[in-house]
Design a protein around this ligand. Structure first.
Ligand code: UD1
Length: 431
């Protein structure tokens, strides 16, 4: 079983290229189901999750030129050519959807284009129950009939799947990135106007809207919580560049903070870091936008403790909670972290404690008392972002940290060990 082995104590210095965002690329791939014309994505990250969705889309009839994508992080094919002349199957099977929850993103496009869809329910996942009720609520508001049968969502548009989805007013009781994306895609081909209130404003949602607009969709309010979509009869093909991964950039910014380092995060966008930049600055890590990327410099030997509460964008991202906890673990003082998005997202805590961290968890609140030193240890990755937090801790720890179960890491970070070793970290993958 492959492991990542880190020997801590090196100060990171240099330039790291930021990849295209996984969480933007996945919904952008589902867009191919909305049009019979070719869609090309550039700056696509080469990750296992992209390979999984490729298989789901191929099952629906998409032709995807991605021979090397998904074979393993780093095999490298940044351009994804997709073409779905016709939908050959409306079924997204359990064995694929259960591998990756984001497969649910095919539901809206299949219904909008084909009038019918049968998509397996994703089931639970490591970081919480993660229901899809908001996706279904929105599609029902647009006139779809939805039944749950044998673990599948079985949905059809009015008139037994022959009619179109109908524009509707959708008021999300809770901000959901996935539900906003699914329903925006569905609404582009619906009849009439769809208005969404309390929609997600994440940069990945914005990127999806821009891509859809380039295909002829009529969307206004992009980047706000109030989206207005006027349905059109058809969408054309397009070529679109996937936005840079703010979570990957944020992870490397924390790495600079943990090692007293200085990095240029090439292609990174500071405005997308949102409140992470504020937290980092308060901790003594200064981020500035420079030509071509983000400059990150650690201004003090030990970071300051900063309290953090995860929230929908532009609030602090839950996908950076684990990594930021690693920074607080070595900071001066005490930090209180509150996770408001997912109910079980502290699985990195017992592993960090094995490295010498002082953390107490009570429900959604974690109290971190900074320690002067961490010690390398064998640790286990439990989910994607938890894996990254353990690598960060390993960079600051004395001695060797061996991270096992790294398939989680390969779902979302492209060649993380190569990128970190290029800026001075002692890190390698051992097969
Ligand atoms: C996306 C991201 C994920 C990130 C999360 C929050 C992708 C592939 N994944 O996940 O990395 O951590 O946004 O920024 O882009 N909820 C419901 N009902 C629903 C849908 C969601 O109750 O129908 C709840 C969830 O349980 C959670 C909250 O809403 O508490 C936010 O979830 P959501 O934004 O939908 O997350 P994802 O889109 O799954």
């Amino acid at each position: 079983m492959a492991e990542i082995v880190v020997s801590g104590g090196q100060r990171l210095n240099g330039e790291i290229p930021v990849s295209g965002a996984k969480n933007a690329a996945l919904p952008l791939m589902a867009v191919t189901l909305l049009t019979s014309e070719p869609v090309t994505l550039t700056n696509c990250p080469d990750l296992y999750d992209i390979g999984t969705l490729t298989n789901v889309l191929r099952g629906h009839g998409a032709e995807i030129d991605a021979s090397r994508i998904g074979e393993g992080a780093g095999s490298g094919l940044p351009v994804l050519h997709m073409h779905t002349p016709e939908i050959k199957s409306i079924v997204a099977p359990y064995d694929l959807v259960s591998q990756m929850r984001a497969s649910i993103l095919v539901l809206g496009p299949l219904l909008a284009r084909e009038g019918k869809a049968e998509v397996s329910l994703p089931g639970g996942c490591a970081i919480g129950s993660r229901p899809v009720d908001l996706h279904l609520m929105g599609l029902e508001a647009m006139g779809a009939t939805i039944a749950l049968r044998d673990g599948y969502v079985v949905a059809e548009t009015p008139q037994g799947g022959k009619g179109r989805l109908q524009g509707a007013k959708i008021n999300f009781p809770k901000v959901s990135v996935g539900a906003t994306e699914n329903l925006v895609m569905a609404a582009t081909l619906a009849e009439g106007r769809t208005e969404m209130f309390n929609a997600a404003q994440e940069p990945e949602v914005v990127d999806l809207c821009h891509c859809l607009i380039s295909m002829g969709a009529e969307i206004s309010g992009v980047g706000t919580s109030h989206l207005i979509i006027d349905g059109v009869d058809r969408l054309s093909g397009t070529q679109h560049q996937v936005v840079a991964d703010r979570i990957e950039a944020g992870t490397f910014a924390v790495a600079a903070g943990m090692t007293g380092g200085e990095l240029i995060l090439k292609n990174g966008k500071l405005e997308h870091l949102g409140s992470l930049a504020t937290v980092l600055e308060a901790s003594g890590v200064v981020c500035t936008q420079v030509a071509g990327g983000i400059h990150v410099v650690s201004t003090q030997e030990r970071p300051n403790s900063v309290n953090v509460t995860t929230e929908p964008y532009p609030g602090f991202p839950t996908d950076l909670q684990a990594q930021t906890m690693s920074l607080m673990v070595v900071a001066r003082g005490m930090a209180v972290l509150t996770e408001t998005i997912f109910e079980n997202r502290y699985m990195h805590v017992p592993e960090l404690i094995r490295m010498g961290a002082n953390i107490e968890v009570d429900g959604r609140v974690a109290v971190v008392r900074g320690v002067e030193k961490l010690f390398g240890a064998p640790v286990m990755a439990t989910d994607l972002r938890a894996s990254a937090s353990l690598i960060l801790a390993g960079l600051a720890a004395e001695g060797e940290t061996r991270l096992s179960d790294i398939h989680h890491l390969d779902r979302g970070y492209e060649r993380i060990e190569a990128k970190l070793s290029a800026v001075g970290a002692t890190i390698e993958r051992q097969e």
